[in-house]
Structures are given as C-alpha cells and as structure tokens.
Write a protein that binds this ligand. Structure first.
Ligand code: FAD
Length: 471
C-alpha cells in the first residue's frame, strides 16, 4: 500500500494545498506531519507572538484533519532526521511539501530533497504561498526586479485565474508511533500576556475564511480610502493568516469574487487591494533574489550612514509606547496588545525610530519580529528598509513622516489615539494630537512629554543624510 508523508510547514490549511492534493492523488494513504524545528530558521526563529499564533494554528489544523478522520503527527527536532525516522517506521515512499522562501529554509529544503532522492524516496515541493514563484517573474533581460511598479505590471499579467484546489477527497490519513503533544512544543508564553491576542484573532483556516468574509462585509468597498484610517477596520487583516499559509492569494482572489457575486450594489474595484498582495509577492521576490535583504542594506551606500549610537533606554521607550508622541505610542501599544499594527502607523513608528531617534532599522525589525503575529521575513525586511530609505524602491530618506500631521490627517477626531492612549481620551481631539500644548493635561494624565523635539530631530536626520550623500 503506497504511503506518502505530507510535511506541513507554513501552509497550515487543507484547501488549496498543492502538496496535500498531489500526495492524496498519488498515494493510498498520507501521513500529515508537522516538525517543530525553530533552530533551523537560525536567527529568525518565530518570535513570541508568532509562537502563540502557531500553537493555535496547529490546533486548528489538527481539528480540521480530525474532521477528515486523519491525525496530525507532531514532532520536534532535526527535520531531516525526523523525516528519515518516519520513513523507516512507516515505509513511506514519498515526501511532499510546499515551499518556503527564507534563505535558511531554502538551504535546508534543498539538502533534504537531495538526500531523500539519493535514498530512493520521492521528494516533491510545490508553490502554495504565492501567485507566482519568485523566479517566474523577471525583467525583459531575465533579471530580477528592484522596483515595484514594473514588477507588479508584469506579475498582474501572469496571475493564473484558475480557482483554488478543493480539500482532497478522500483524505485517507495514516498514523505513526511516537508523536509529540502540542503542549510539549511549549509555544504559549509561560506568563500569560496573550489575552489581547486571543481577543483579536482566530488562528486557523476557518478563522482566515471568516476574516475574508468580514473584509467583504466591512471594508472592501471603501478599501482605497479606508486602508489609511487606523481607527477603522479598513483593511483585510489577513496578514498573519497569509504568513502561516492558512489562506492563499488564489483563495483570497476567488473568495472575493464569490462573496461579492452574492451581493447587490456596485462592484468595488479590487485592484488597489490586489496590488497590496503584489507587494507581498515583491517582498518574496526580493528576499529570494537578494538573500541578505533581511540583514544588509539593500542600497550599500547606507553602509556608511551615521546612525546614532544604540541607546537601549530610547529604544525601550519606543517599544513600550512612552515616547510622548501620540501616534507613535498608540501604534506601539496596539502592537503590544494585539500583535498587529495598522500599515500607516507602522510607517510612522518606523520613521520615528530610524529618523527622529536615528536608531538602526535592525532594532525596529527585531522588535516587530518578536511582537507581530504576522512577522514575516520578506515583508518585515522590505518594510523596514523601505521606511529607513535604504531598501529596494524605498521612500527617499529625506521623507520623514511627521507623526502629528499624520494623525491629524488620518485620525482627525483622535479616535485611534483615544483607543490606545486612554490617558488622553478625555482631552479634546486637537490636544490628543499635541498634548504638550497643555502642560496641565500632561500633569493630570501622566502622559509623557515628547522625548525629542520633532523639528530638531528631523533636521539632524536630514543633516546625517546630507553627510551620506556627500561621500
Ligand atoms: C516597518 C514595516 C514592517 C512591516 N512588517 C510586516 C511583516 O512582518 N509582515 C507582514 O505581513 N507585513 C508587514 N508589513 C506590511 C504591512 O504593514 C502589513 O502587511 C499590513 O499592515 C497587514 O495588514 P492587512 O492584512 O490588513 O493588510 P491589507 O491592506 O489588507 O493587505 C493585504 C495583504 O497584502 C500584503 N501587504 C500589504 N501591504 C504590504 C507591504 N507593504 N509589504 C508586503 N506585503 C504587504 C499583506 O500580506 C496583507 O495581508 C510591514 C510594513 C512596515 C512599514
């Protein structure tokens, strides 16, 4: 009887899962396996918020598999050794998986594929995460893209509009001895700080579908404008679901068409939203073709940038949302509480750290890595380098976001500020943006005075940039 191992990794879903689908089509039985091996992601093992998500996502996958009378076999340790042991124990003749694109994962997977094939075990990998593989989108001269707009123009023509794959039927699961329990992976925090995350999210394939439906109900019609308003549910909030592979871009696209077809009224233009998914593909494209993007400046000219000396006290005030700049603090507290932050606010807090405080973008990328439920190496590296000015197709360094005018423009009534800074909620909106204008408000509320002068620190950042340009 032919048996295949399906090695689940960052593709925690049953529907539109090409590896699972192919394995079920070619074999009588499949053994669904998840191997917890954070050490194999080297310096970028999942942070605390991601581990919380992973625990619940695995739990959800286990429940979905149960619904099909199959078991999720959990293991921890070295992936290659675990797979070898399982092949020996079960007599599996093939291993199927969906690809990952981080440099450490590519190296590991290439090695494992080669070893398995040498041992006469069929090893097959698939694309479950992207519309197109990073190597399938190239310039006319066959090079990778470095600029988003032409990348997107090309990718848009390559998107395959065929529908997603169904959950394989039948899904005949096999079992193996000696698995680990989910609890033994110790993914949940020992000190339970995760109530805010639990209140905000439902990890898993079903949670992802519900989030997509909510997006269609609440936000898709007005996405082009609403996506910039942090107080609203104006975006899809699908990023952690996408990161863990609980939903694919193909499923999102097909799901939007299906859900909108059942509704009356004018059809929204989906292009602005699809373009954001295009940024996600661009991030993968960059990290694949330029595998140092998560550590090295994409623009090497920035290697000589005069960052200020690392200052832990400054960084900690930024992390805790105690900078005295309301939009920055509101964003950092939203992140701490929910594991997510609105995109516009991410840009503002990143600009404040790298420009007003002139701290290296690595400090910010690391903090996001530990606290975001959607922490994603390609997107996080792109986001930080973009704001810091050293990335591919980056915002020019001299663009320093002004957090006061940003909150006045995108949160005019100060609703977002009031939600995350309860000590300022009683103040009139104008003062929520600039509480230092009323010293008695600072005294009464305990909200800190600004840790830097925005104008002076901006000028210092521009002077530092000027020095770099002169080199
Ligand atoms: C400093 C900084 C760090 C960031 N770190 C991450 C990260 O670790 N993980 C992450 O998924 N996104 C990151 N982003 C991008 C973006 O902020 C989030 O993807 C977005 O806020 C997620 O919310 P959403 O799902 O509601 O987005 P929507 O507006 O609904 O967009 C749909 C999807 O498109 C993708 N997307 C949207 N914008 C971007 C973008 N700029 N770059 C790449 N993909 C994008 C995401 O997968 C998102 O879920 C970062 C941005 C900045 C400025």
């Amino acid at each position: 009887m032919s048996l295949a191992i399906v090695w689940f990794r960052r593709d925690l879903r049953l529907a539109d899962n090409p590896a699972l689908h192919a394995a079920c089509a070619a074999h009588e039985r499949v053994l669904p396996v998840y191997i917890h091996a954070p050490q194999e992601e080297r310096d970028w093992a999942p942070g605390a918020a991601s581990r919380w998500w992973l625990h619940h996502a695995l739990d959800a996958l286990r429940t979905s598999l149960h619904g099909h009378h199959a078991e999720l076999h959990l293991r921890q340790g070295d992936s290659e050794r675990v797979l070898a042991a399982l092949i020996k124990a079960t007599g599996a003749g093939a291993v199927y998986w969906n690809r990952m694109y981080e440099p450490a994962a590519i190296e590991r997977d290439t090695r494992i594929k080669q070893r398995l094939r040498e041992q006469g075990v069929a090893a097959q990998s698939f694309n479950a995460a992207l519309w197109r593989e990073p190597w399938q989108v190239e310039t006319r001269t066959g090079d990778p893209y470095r600029v988003f707009t032409p990348f997107w123009r090309n990718l848009r023509t390559l998107i395959d509009e065929s529908g997603p794959l169904p959950v394989p039927q039948p899904l005949r699961g096999a079992t193996a001895e000696g698995g680990a329990t989910l609890e033994s992976l110790e993914l949940l925090p020992r000190i339970r700080w995760d109530a805010g995350l639990a209140g905000a999210w439902t990890p898993g394939e079903r949670g992802a579908q519900e989030m997509l439906e909510l997006f269609v109900d609440d936000a898709v019609n007005d996405y082009a404008e609403g996506r910039d308003i942090p107080s609203r549910h104006g975006t899809s909030r699908l990023s952690p679901h996408l990161h863990f592979g609980e939903i694919s871009p193909r499923q999102i696209q097909a799901g939007l068409h299906r859900l909108l077809a059942g509704r009356s009224g004018k059809r929204p233009d989906l292009e602005p939203f699809l373009r954001e998914l295009g940024w996600r593909e661009f991030a993968h494209h960059l990290l694949y073709h330029f595998p140092a993007t998560h550590t090295a400046n994409f623009n090497p000219k920035f290697d000589g940038f005069p960052w200020a000396a690392s200052d832990e006290a400054l960084i900690e005030r930024w992390q805790r949302g105690r900078t005295g700049i309301p939009l920055v603090d509101a964003g950092m507290r939203e992140l701490w509480h929910t594991g997510w932050m609105h995109n516009r606010v991410r840009m503002v807090v990143a600009s404040f750290l790298t420009k007003n405080l002139r701290q290296h973008w690595h400090h910010g990328a690391r903090w996001f890595w530990d606290t975001l439920v959607d922490a994603d190496l390609p997107a996080n590296s792109l986001g930080w380098q973009w704001v810091a000015g050293c990335g591919a197709d980056a915002a020019p360094y001299f663009r320093v976001f002004n957090p006061v005018s940003q909150s006045q423009k995108f949160d005019p009534k100060g609703e977002y500020l009031a939600r995350w800074l309860p000590e300022l909620a009683g103040a009139v909106p104008a003062l929520r943006h600039e509480p230092w204008k009323d010293p008695s408000l600072l005294r009464r509320s305990g909200y800190p005075a600004p840790m830097v002068d925005l104008g002076e620190s901006r000028a210092a950042a521009l002077a530092a940039y000027g020095a770099l340009k002169g080199r």
